[in-house]
Write a protein that binds this ligand. Structure first.
Ligand SMILES: Nc1ncnc2c1ncn2[C@@H]1O[C@H](COP(=O)(O)OP(=O)(O)OP(=O)(O)O)[C@@H](O)[C@H]1O
Length: 231
């Protein structure tokens, strides 16, 4: 049994989360008493206008920003109650993050993008390589493409590598920021369908932030962000 199989998975919960930023003399409220629960295997989209707080919501859920008040629970663990080391461990072991901008390393092949995480963690290379290859194949990248560097892949293929990399640590929670912004409609739809599929097969509690309303029919639930409020 692997470590991931013994994880207790309850997904993501935000309770009454408020986040403010400094704004001259005042504070700007980016998140205003936000409540959100996403169960394992559930794919939730958060839509809303520019500046409504979507990226702030993801950053707080990713435990990268600490809210002014309220709780962020990942598999029932209160991120705010953890010290920096334990919070980093929580992020590494339970959270998968797909950023808007592909932040793949230019000099590494697709398979190495995943393995670099494993060498940081000190795992066994051969087992890790097999897992990386299987994951890349499962998101639609065949053997030859797994050996390509980012500039030799299309935007959609790079996004597939990002998704496989986010899944590599067997996360409970998958956070995805505007995954289709660099893609045309058809390729964007394929990426959202892929996210729906990995949410089912990997059982992740998935939250996707998006501007693209045409894609919202493909998710389990759509929530609207407006002026820092979620409904
Ligand atoms: N580091 C920061 N310092 C001060 N204000 C910020 C900071 N980051 C975001 N904001 C403000 O917080 C509010 C929410 O921003 P956020 O980036 O979360 O919105 P968004 O919905 O993701 O927008 P977009 O769709 O344009 O990416 C905005 O008014 C923004 O100007």
């Amino acid at each position: 049994m692997t470590l991931s199989e013994v994880k207790t998975r309850t997904g993501l919960a935000l309770h009454e989360v408020t986040l403010t930023y400094p704004d001259g003399e005042n504070r700007l409220t980016a998140l205003d008493r936000v409540n959100l629960e996403v169960a394992p295997g559930e794919f939730t989209a958060v839509a809303g206008p520019s500046g409504s707080g979507k990226s702030s919501l993801l950053a707080v859920a990713a435990t990268l920003l600490r809210p002014d008040s309220g709780q962020v629970l990942v598999d029932g663990q209160d991120a705010g109650a953890l010290g920096p080391g334990a919070r980093t461990a929580l992020r590494r072991e339970r959270l998968g993050i797909v950023f808007q901008q592909s932040n793949l390393l230019a000099s590494l092949t697709a398979v190495e993008q995943l393995l670099v995480l494993e060498s940081v963690r000190g795992g066994r290379v051969r087992t890790a390589r097999r897992r990386a290859e299987e994951l890349l194949a499962s998101v639609g990248l065949d053997g030859a493409k797994q050996q390509r560097r980012p500039h030799q892949l299309s935007g959609g293929e790079r996004q597939r590598v990002n998704i496989a990399r986010a899944l590599f640590g067997s996360p409970s929670v998958l956070l995805v920021d505007e995954p289709t912004s660099a893609l045309d409609h058809e390729r964007g739809a394929q990426i959202v369908d892929l996210l729906a599929e990995v949410t089912r097969t990997h059982g992740t509690a998935t939250v996707m932030v998006t501007h693209d309303r045409d894609l919202l029919g493909r998710v389990d639930r759509v929530l609207e962000m407006q002026d820092g409020r979620l409904r």
